[in-house]
Each structure stands twice: as C-alpha cells, then as structure tokens.
Design a protein around this ligand. Structure first.
Ligand SMILES: C[S@@+](CC[C@H](N)C(=O)[O-])C[C@H]1O[C@@H](n2cnc3c(N)ncnc32)[C@H](O)[C@@H]1O
Length: 261
C-alpha cells in the first residue's frame, strides 16, 4: 500500500494542549504496559557503543515513556545507566517533570519547544524518535537525517505502526474502547482525563483517528533507507529492518551512526 499523508490532529499547532497531552499520556501508558519498544534496546545500545554515545536525546518525546522504558531495558540487559534528554515541539511539561522527579539525575527535560527538523547543536547524545518519524513528509524526514549527519550524531527511528491493516485494522477499531477502559488506571488520576475520555470521548476518537493516519504514514524499511543522505556515506553506517514485538506488532526501525572520531 502506498503512503498517505493525511492530517493528524495532535500535531496541529492550534490543537488544544490539554487534549494533546492526554493523548501522549495514553501512549506512554501503552509504552509502559506493553513495552513495544523493548526489542530494539539491543540494537540501539550496539549502535550507541559503535559511535561512543552514552546518552540519548529523544525527539518528539510526547510524555516520554517510550524512550525511558528503552533506557531502563538497556540498564537491565547491559548494566549501563543511559541518561535521556526529553524534548518535543509541544512539551508535555507535567509528564516531563514527573519523569525527571522519578528518574532523578538520569532524565533531563527541555521545557521549551524543540523542533525535530532543527535540533540545537548543544544537545549532546544519540537522537531517538519513537512513534514520530511518520509525522514528517519526505523532505522534512530527509532534513532530520541530514542534520544528524551534519552534527555527527547517531540516530534511531522506531515505529510500531505500519501500513499493514491485517495487523493494525482490528487494533484501530478497538482503540477507542481500549483508551476508554484504560483511562481510569492512568496515573496520576485526574478528573480532566476522565472528563475528556470517559464522559466526552474526545481522546478515544482522537487516538483512533491519529492512530489510523499514523499507520498510513509510516515508512517501510526500504523507504527509510532511501531517505538517508548520500553524501559522506562512508563515515556513516545505516541499517533498517523490522523486529518482532508483542503479539503481531512489529517495530520498523532505521539506525544510523558515524564512525568514532
Ligand atoms: C505520536 S506522539 C509520540 C510520542 C512519543 N515519542 C511516544 O512514543 O509515546 C508524536 C509527538 O511528536 C511531537 N511532534 C510533532 N511534530 C513535531 C515536530 N515537528 N518537532 C518535534 N516534535 C513534534 C508531538 O508533539 C507528539 O508529542
């Protein structure tokens, strides 16, 4: 199936921050509960070691838990405490601050907007993008990868969505119900969350629509490789593929890293 770039509501600049934050909270609840990205920790850590990186700069962090669960998995499997910088164009500040409190010393938050196509050079670490590279059309996606090369950063793109409706069709249909049922269990409990989910089902419908569009936008491994810069390729190693996650879910990934200097 070809790629369709329809609108996702939560990426619009005028979209209410409350609804966007409730959505990214649900995504973090999912990331903690189902740990879809655990299988990428080995490859990510190997790429980080190959270029001498010891910290992660997570772009498009949302509420941050995708990156944090992977950092925790690296610590559990390899005995290395990797520090994580959380960034986003629309930072979910409550979630960022909670993560920084819980993981005191290993999590740094950037509370001002960080645009993924224009990452400041003073953010030192291996760039990661979880469930977010599909936000970018080809031109912007190429720019992100080219900027990583220009700044000599490693970069890892990871997506659990894909253009496969056998895998994602039933999940998208069940999504509103899942969000509705899960919401009272999301911590910290908040009446605002219950209002916009269980009483007025904005967040469940938003999750279903943006989830569907995310699937339609997700690049395949071959498409990801085709977006990588062709200049100075000898200094960079690029690898793309798919890894099995829980159930039928698969992680599509792209990893790129420079040779150590
Ligand atoms: C689908 S959420 C993924 C959140 C998180 N990475 C996760 O796995 O749960 C996408 C995130 O990308 C952010 N975002 C969208 N466009 C962006 C841009 N141009 N630059 C930086 N962040 C962006 C949104 O604010 C949102 O938090």
């Amino acid at each position: 199936m070809r790629r369709f770039h329809l609108v996702e509501f939560h990426e619009l600049s005028r979209f209410p921050a409350t609804w966007r934050n409730l959505l990214t909270d649900v995504m973090s609840y999912f990331a903690e509960g189902f740990r879809p990205y655990h299988p990428v920790s080995g490859k990510l850590w190997a790429a980080m070691q190959a270029c001498g990186a010891r910290s992660i700069v997570d772009l498009c962090s949302g509420a941050g838990r995708s990156a944090l669960t992977v950092a925790r998995e690296i610590a559990a499997r390899h005995g290395v405490e990797v520090s994580v910088v959380l960034t986003d164009k629309y930072p979910n500040l409550e979630a960022f601050q909670r993560a920084a409190r819980e993981r005191h010393g290993t999590v740094t938050i950037i509370d001002t907007p960080v645009e993924a196509t224009d990452v400041p050079g003073d953010l030192d670490g291996f760039w990661t993008m979880f469930t977010s590279f599909h936000h970018f059309r080809e031109l912007e996606a190429r720019r992100i990868l080219a900027n990583a090369v220009r700044q000599q950063r490693g970069i890892g793109v990871f997506e659990y969505t894909e253009r496969n409706f056998l895998i994602w069709g039933p999940t998208i249909l069940a999504m509103p119900l899942f969000v509705w049922i899960a919401t009272p269990f999301i911590r910290p409990f908040s009446w605002r969350r219950v209002l916009w989910t269980n009483l007025l089902p904005i967040v469940p419908l938003l999750a279903a629509w943006d989830g569907l569009v995310s699937c339609l936008r997700t690049y395949s491994p071959a498409e990801l490789l085709a977006l990588t810069p062709t200049h100075a390729p000898e200094r960079y190693t690029w690898e793309a593929g798919r890894l099995r996650s829980f159930g039928a879910c698969r992680i599509t990934y792209l990893l790129g890293w420079p040779a150590p200097t």
